[in-house]
Design a protein around this ligand. Structure first.
Ligand SMILES: *Cc1c(COP(=O)(O)O)cnc(C)c1O
Length: 356
């Protein structure tokens, strides 16, 4: 049976990127060796690395003055690497979910952290508005897409201080204005590549301003200077990222993928809102994530949740169980997810409704 992959992360990748990666594991570039067993400093991999860096710049339309860094450690390592490099006295944070809470916790090791607003009072089911960003903060940190709770900040915010964004789960999902950000980071395993690769896009003139000494590996300048080759980068994940980006470019780039992502999420939210059994956990449409759609059974049908999960699983749906902090269901609709899979889930919901 066809599987419909709604996993939250690691998650669905374009079939083409997986096939090209499988080929490269057997014979990379016709050199008679696997991508898994060659030097990261070989001329063949060096070309892949530089092309991937260039594709980031091209697809995201990254302006002059910004650098892209590939590194290991996951977004979680960036929770402390960002303040290590940028927090001199005080930083401001918007708390919209479990990942921003973790980012706040790590930043506190480096200086004052001011939480400007939080949506924890309603279990992170909305995006706070109308808060003040302190103008004496070294930066303002947001999580653009809250993978667990299904909310998203889809406009590029104005900030009086450098804007720092964790974009682990919505990078490359829409066109964006990079010039509005001081730094963007994320783990690549949601929308781009297998686990192991972390990306950082940083405005170079923000660096070198803190007084504390920086160990080489946490200093972004180390990686900028060496084109992310200071130590061994996640070679295979970078290779797959390049295949995903080539796929995205061939498709038409970020404008095209945004249109497709909007269409997919509209289809699913439309069904959730229409269906008598289900309700979206995020009530305000502008706050709803187009990447991770969270929904539960209405109070009066709560006892049917297990049955629906079993039924949907039997129909080939994979990874739709909600995160334990939310319950119910979460369907992740990353770039590589085809509209047909979303339609298959919608069909399941309609059949289930008809039977109850
Ligand atoms: C998955 C995720 C993380 C954690 O990423 P790791 O690479 O596992 O450290 C952080 N932030 C967001 C928004 C995520 O979705």
């Amino acid at each position: 049976m066809k599987k419909h992959n709604f996993n939250a992360g690691p998650s669905i990748l374009p079939r083409e990127a997986i096939e090209k990666s499988a080929e490269a594991i057997l014979d990379f570039n016709g050199i008679g060796l696997s991508i898994l067993e060659i030097s990261h400093r070989s001329k063949e991999f060096d070309a892949v690395n530089l092309e991937t860096l260039a594709m980031f710049k091209e697809l995201l339309d990254i302006p002059e003055g910004y650098k892209v860094v590939f590194i290991g450690g996951g977004a979680s390592t960036q929770f402390f690497t960002v303040p290590y490099n940028l927090l001199q006295t005080k930083a401001a944070y918007l708390v919209t979910g479990a990942w921003s809470k973790k980012a706040v916790k790590e930043a506190k090791y480096f200086g004052d952290v001011q939480v400007v607003a939080s949506s924890e009072d309603k279990n992170f089911t909305y995006i706070p508005r109308g808060y003040q960003i302190p103008t004496d903060a070294d930066y303002f940190h947001i999580t653009t897409n809250n993978t667990i709770f299904g909310t998203e900040i889809r406009q590029d915010l104005d900030s009086p201080v450098p804007l720092v964004a964790d974009m682990s789960s919505d990078i490359f999902s829409r066109p964006m204005d990079v010039s509005k950000y001081g730094l963007i980071y994320g783990g690549a395993q949601k929308n781009l590549a297998p686990a192991g690769l972390t990306f950082v896009i940083v405005k170079e003139d923000l660096l070198g301003k803190v007084d504390r000494p920086l160990p080489s590996m946490v200093d972004y300048r180390t990686h900028i200077k060496s084109d992310s080759m200071y130590n061994t980068p996640p070679v295979f994940a970078i290779f797959t990222a390049l295949q995903t980006l080539k796929w995205l470019k061939n498709l038409g780039g970020l404008k095209v993928i945004e249109k497709m992502n909007l269409e997919k999420s509209k289809l699913l939210y439309g069904e959730i809102d229409r269906n008598r059994l289900f309700v979206a956990t995020v009530p305000v449409p502008e706050d709803r994530s187009i990447m991770n759609v969270c929904f539960v059974m209405k109070e009066e049908y709560k006892e049917l949740e297990k049955e629906f999960l079993t039924y949907a699983t039997e129909q080939g749906m994979v990874g739709i169980k909600g995160h334990r902090d939310v319950g119910g269901f979460r369907a992740s609709l990353y770039n590589a997810m085809p509209l047909e899979s979303v339609q298959a889930l919608v069909n399941c919901m309609q059949k289930f409704e008809a039977n109850h």
